[in-house]
Design a binder for this molecule. Structure first.
Ligand SMILES: NC(=O)C1=CN([C@@H]2O[C@H](COP(=O)(O)OP(=O)(O)OC[C@H]3O[C@@H](n4cnc5c(N)ncnc54)[C@H](OP(=O)(O)O)[C@@H]3O)[C@@H](O)[C@H]2O)[C@H](O)CC1
Ligand SMILES: [K+]
Length: 509
């Protein structure tokens, strides 16, 4: 699914009006009716008080249409106009008149704190104050209104985006944004939903198709792509019946140091479970017995006593995952840099291998083309430098990816695969996966996929999805708190099986 920017959506709007020969008022009616339908389906006429807060632009116009439709269907509604500007949009004005003409109760004008209504915990709020048009800080009384709404802690539905969010940067004041229980958004999910600083303002979101011009949507180069099962399952490579372990490649996992051998156990097991034909682990001596005992299917090569001192892989192989538990001692650093100078294999670079690269710009020049780096936020910061907000982080990651011709996977609630200017947002995973070893499993998964013949970009997108899905299946059985990295490995098979499971259709009522 394409994630479009605010400007692209505005352009799509214009193209649609021209090509479909409709007015922007028609489009607003179409969009807002769908929001109403979504609310009506859930509330089914429930006699709760619904407060609709409308700005004076088109987001406010949507709010007015929703108010009208709610009233027409017998809901108890109070509509407020948040007068933050005198420049009311024509569509707002039109819908304002329509609402006034059909209801005895006219919208209530808000101009300062004295006008704020009481909102009870059991009421519902519809937030149509600002949409994608916010372009400067809100005046202080509107900030106070946002805080007043949030304090009510009632079910709050954001129209298009929670008010107070910009579409391309962090909010000015983290408390000046509506905290929505859900957001019903038009045509395309918004990038802000996927980034830690801004995604926290909506618990859920629902994308509704408002029928924008199909050709435009098809040809537009999106801000990012969001991957769901439908798109992901097309990446799957079926296994031929007449195949053998050599068909599925040899993955090598290099890492571990005294006390951190578990990381290589997890990564090599994950590479096997994702389907690599053969897996070898290259670890210091102290890892030999733990690995052979816990992973009998994995072959083990050793070097050094407590940490790796040289990396010399003479066996033939198809992909290497390196860095988990490796340490950054001088000896290991030298070994890793020498290895990079000679290496010809596809690489997945994780954890301490990233930390070593971050030490010196000359080291970064050795990153092979199409290598995949899987940093967590702190490792990313060491690699690309600090950022002020998440959008800047993404720009820095893109610049790094372009400069070194590599792929970055920014791990997080929604992991983002960065390949040059292209962004791929993962839709699976959960907070239970914030646990030790989760990243080691991801490295093993991606290495195992490349060994089987997936290209690095496919392996990054597919692997991140399967890893997250395994976490979701694991969490559904164990809960978030009890989920550990080993459970992710256990559920990789279920994640594969789930790819081809049809969604249960909801019973009609
Ligand atoms: N294609 C679609 O997706 C459709 C979207 N719709 C809805 O339209 C909004 C976007 O509407 P827009 O009128 O462009 O913007 P807003 O309603 O978010 O904001 C209104 C105007 O307010 C001004 N502004 C911005 N920031 C501030 C501020 N801090 N204080 C005061 N005023 C502010 C700004 O205008 P200026 O000229 O003053 O800069 C905004 O334009 C979208 O989110 C959807 O809800 C359509 O209904 C259907 C199609
Ligand atoms: K809104």
């Amino acid at each position: 699914m394409k994630i479009l920017s605010a400007n692209q959506l505005k352009e799509a709007d214009q193209v649609t009006l021209e090509n479909q020969q409709i007015s922007s008022l028609d489009l607003m009616e179409r969009a807002a009716s769908q929001v109403f339908n979504s609310i009506h389906q859930k509330l089914k006429g429930a006699p709760i008080l619904i407060h609709v807060f409308c700005g004076i632009g088109n987001n406010g116009g949507d709010g007015l249409v929703i108010s009208r439709l709610l009233l027409e269907h017998g809901y108890t509604v109070k509509t407020y106009i948040v007068n933050f500007s005198e420049h009311r949009s024509p569509e707002f004005l039109d819908n304002y008149d329509r609402l006034k003409s059909m209801s005895k109760e006219w919208p209530i004008q808000l101009r300062s704190e004295e006008d704020f209504p009481k909102i009870a915990r059991q009421d519902m709020v519809i937030d149509a104050i600002f949409g994608i048009g916010l372009n400067r800080p809100m005046v202080s009384w509107v900030v106070d209104l946002v805080k007043h709404i949030n304090e009510a802690r009632c079910f709050t539905l954001g129209v298009d985006v929670p008010s107070g969010l910009y579409s391309d940067k962090a909010p000015d004041d983290p408390n000046a944004v509506i905290v929505a229980s859900t957001t019903v958004t038009f045509q395309s999910p918004k990038m802000v939903f996927f980034l830690p600083q801004t995604g926290k303002y909506t618990e859920n979101f629902e994308v509704i198709d408002i029928g924008l011009d199909k050709d435009f949507l098809h040809q537009v180069n999106p801000q990012a792509l969001l991957f769901h099962k439908r798109e992901i399952s097309t990446l799957y490579k079926p296994r031929p019946k007449f195949s053998h372990k050599g068909t599925y490649g040899h993955a090598v996992i290099i890492g571990g140091s005294y006390g951190k051998i578990g990381s290589t156990i997890l990564a090599s097991k994950a590479a096997l479970r994702i389907g690599a034909g053969l897996v070898s682990a290259y670890v210091p001596e102290c890892g030999y017995i733990p690995l052979q005992t816990s992973n009998p299917e994995v072959m083990v090569i050793t070097d050094g006593e407590k940490n790796i001192t040289t990396i010399d892989i003479s066996i033939s192989h198809n992909a290497i995952g390196i860095g988990m538990g490796l340490g950054t001692s001088d000896q290991t650093t030298t070994a890793f840099i020498k290895f990079l100078e000679q290496n010809k294999s596809p690489l997945v670079i994780d954890a301490d291998a990233i930390n070593i690269l971050a030490k010196n710009d000359n080291y970064k020049e050795l990153i092979p083309e199409n290598a995949i780096l899987t940093p967590h936020p702190k490792e990313l910061e060491r690699l690309v430098g600090s950022w002020e907000h998440d959008f800047e982080k993404i720009e820095k990651a893109k610049a790094f990816s372009k400069k070194y011709h590599c792929i970055l996977i920014i791990k997080g609630a929604y992991s983002i695969v960065v390949a040059g200017n292209n962004l791929y947002v993962n839709s699976t995973g959960n907070q239970g996966m914030a646990t030790a070893g989760s990243g080691d499993v991801l490295t093993g998964v991606i290495t195992g996929l490349i060994a089987q013949g997936y290209d690095p970009l496919q392996a990054s997108i597919f692997g991140t999805y399967l890893h997250g899905r395994a976490g979701d299946i694991g969490a559904s059985k164990k809960g978030y708190e009890s989920l550990i990295a080993g459970d992710l490995i256990t559920n990789l098979g279920n994640a594969y099986v789930d790819l081809f499971k049809r969604e249960a259709t909801k019973p009609e009522n």
